[in-house]
Design a protein around this ligand. Sequence first.
Ligand code: 2AL
Length: 248
Amino acid sequence: MSAKTVVQVINPNTSLAMTETIGAAARAVAGPATEILAVCPAQGVPSIEGHFDEAIATLGVLEHIKAGREQGVSGHVIACFGDPGLLAARELAQGPVIGIAEAAMHMATMVSTRFSIVTTLPRTVIIARHLLQRYGFEHYCAALHAIDLPVLALEDGSGLAQEKVRAGCIQAKRQDGSGAIVLGCGGMATLASELTLELGIPVIDGVGAAVKMVESLVALGLSTSKHGDLDYPVRKTLSGQFAGLLPD
Ligand code: 2AL
């Protein structure tokens, strides 16, 4: 086994600026023997703010999982708060695949009994709610807050979205009685450590959480189970643009 751990961090939207933000957050927490490969699809949606966007983004995620597997990366992170394509990615991947929402939610339950989520547009709240149900964390989540700005406002350079995230976290701490806050967008990743210091409670970014989980799984020699439904996809001939998606 190589001494170096390579974590492929996939931003499922096509924003290069957000991919840089996510890569910086991943590198800030990665261990010295970890290399971060931050990537995003060449084609797809510039931001993921609904079910339609998620469906399109999933294909880009799967293409990168396939490419990462062929390059021999140690594991993968899906760096969008809806964890688009998570189980499909696990089927395709050899290494572990962690979504940032599941990583942040899991970690929040380890440092608090109740957490709040601060996300972007109100319409994305339902995506986080569905994930809370799917992962079994519904009862740990005190409330969800939306800053009511689109995802790409986090990259417009004005600082307004970052200020609204800060205000949302302060409001969540005051109103909800939560012990921790989960940041509900990959583009918020670099804000967590400063907000943790300022608020005096854990403010959790899923990108960092997911990178550390992949590192832990790899260090423990644990990977995606290929026994049962997460086994590689059933071999069949895919047609058209999907023809190259399954590994040879
Ligand atoms: C996200 C996210 O993390 N990246 C993106 O494009 N959309 N989700 C969200 N709720 O803002």
